[in-house]
Design a protein around this ligand. Sequence first.
Ligand SMILES: [Zn+2]
Length: 98
Amino acid sequence: MNIFRRRGIVDHAVSGIAMLNCKQVNELAGDYHSGELSLAKRISVYVHLLMCVHCRRYVKQLGVTIDSVKTLLEEPACSDKALEETISHITNNKVKKD
Ligand SMILES: [Zn+2]
């Protein structure tokens, strides 16, 4: 980034595509994954990610986390029937011990 800063390129907007800093990319990372960014902002984030390994790792890890949470929310840990059977098994074993 320093070479770009020395040349005055950082934070300079060209045709709506701005050179973003790391803080700005981190703020936009969630919207980048959900596809809620305009094309210009999406390209701006993408260009930053090409140059910044730290943000690239962060955005990639955020994507993995988002996908994991979506999977957990979509797939129940067990079916209602399995849950009822487990509760019944525990309850029956508890009664036998008493
Ligand atoms: Zn960065």
